[in-house]
Design a protein. Sequence first.
Length: 134
Amino acid sequence: ATPVVEVPATALCIYLAKRWNRKSVLGIGFAAAMLHFGLFPFVQTLEQVVALQALYAFIPASALGVGIAYAQKCAPERMGFATSVIFSGQSLAILLGGSIATFGGLFLSIEMTYFVPLFFILVSGLVWWKMEEL
């Protein structure tokens, strides 16, 4: 469900970040992240997993949407710069997510592992809350 939703969600977030308030677009991602990681340990059915995975698509979509809009604004003459932002963001997410899952899995149950990224999201959300407009 994630890739099917992530592509249009990213396009929507890029559109919103260029025409709307970028901080609010990041807020969409924070809300999606808190719901996804806060509810995932409690899922009971496949339908709930699919729904949360679809919601998960808005996490990278919002961050990359803001990043792409910002990269295009900063360097409109540099072709391919926004694409570099996408791939750098994905690489960093894989590195961090894999590390969190590995170390969380060593010390916690599978269900409790989801609370590790939730903690980091809440801390990041506090920073986001105090940020001035981007």
